[in-house]
Design a protein around this ligand. Structure first.
Ligand SMILES: Nc1ncnc2c1ncn2[C@@H]1O[C@H](COP(=O)(O)OP(=O)(O)OP(=O)(O)O)[C@@H](O)[C@H]1O
Length: 225
């Protein structure tokens, strides 16, 4: 088994001639929390989508737990991800949405789905349809979906979006408990406190590449809005 959860080598991605990521090489160790910061449009979401196989690099290679994307597999199966708003079915309840999504791979029981919903502070018995959910409730449900199959690697793009104070605390605790279980977590956040409290290593997207930074350095010098 590979030592790395994620390994990217010289990954480059452009859209219509505009280079977003250039020559990005990164090694992500298992069991740690990695933070990614950078200005709006600096490429955080694009990078995460490349890791999930939603986008394909123009050049370079990506390995997830030693398997090469596009060669050994197209979509890594050990990833749970929150990237943008997931396509929940508005008329279904939260539980029914996750049950439907879980039926695709059929790996987990109804109890495990309910447990994931509880772990993000929602009630699996809530009969409200998702179209009546608040932004924060939808965000919690998206996180529940990401964790429900107990993936080895979590990719969370702005996981605290729309969450109230309690929600932020719950999700922080959840992320730390995933690390305790040996999971690897990659997250982006504009909230420096999240980065400082949660992350073992932090990278900044700047000038189309990734630069490792010390946490106190970002807190002192930068505010990302
Ligand atoms: N599918 C796409 N087609 C064309 N351009 C895209 C596409 N996806 C992203 N981009 C461009 O890539 C750049 C990086 O976008 P990305 O969403 O990764 O930024 P981000 O760092 O996640 O920003 P934010 O902090 O606002 O979430 C932007 O200029 C964006 O317009």
């Amino acid at each position: 088994m590979s030592n790395f959860a994620v390994k990217t080598s010289h990954v480059t991605k452009s859209f219509r001639g505009e280079t977003v990521l250039k020559d990005v090489s990164l090694e992500v160790h298992r069991g740690k929390i990695y933070g990614f910061v950078g200005h709006n449009g600096s490429g955080k979401s694009v990078f995460f989508k490349l890791l999930c196989g939603i986008l394909v690099p123009d050049r370079g290679a990506i390995e997830i737990f030693g398997k090469k994307l596009g060669i050994d597999l197209d979509f890594p199966d050990q990833i749970g991800a929150v990237i943008e708003q997931p396509g929940f079915i508005p008329e279904f309840t939260g539980y029914k949405n996750l049950k439907y999504l879980a039926s695709i791979r059929n790996l987990i029981s109804q109890q495990q789905i309910k447990e994931a919903i509880r772990n993000v502070g929602l009630d699996p018995e809530n009969q409200k349809s998702v179209k009546k959910y608040s932004l924060g409730m939808k965000q919690r449900l998206a996180i529940a979906q990401a964790i429900m199959e107990d993936p080895e690697l979590l990719i969370l793009d702005e996981p605290m979006n729309g969450l109230d104070k309690n929600g932020v605390q719950q999700i922080r605790n959840l992320i730390l408990s995933l690390k305790e279980k040996g999971k690897t977590v990659l997250l982006s956040s504009h909230i420096m406190e999240d980065i400082q409290l949660l992350c073992d290593e932090v990278y900044e997207f700047e000038n189309q590449t990734l630069i490792p930074i010390q946490v106190p350095e970002i807190v002192r010098n930068k505010i990302y809005r």
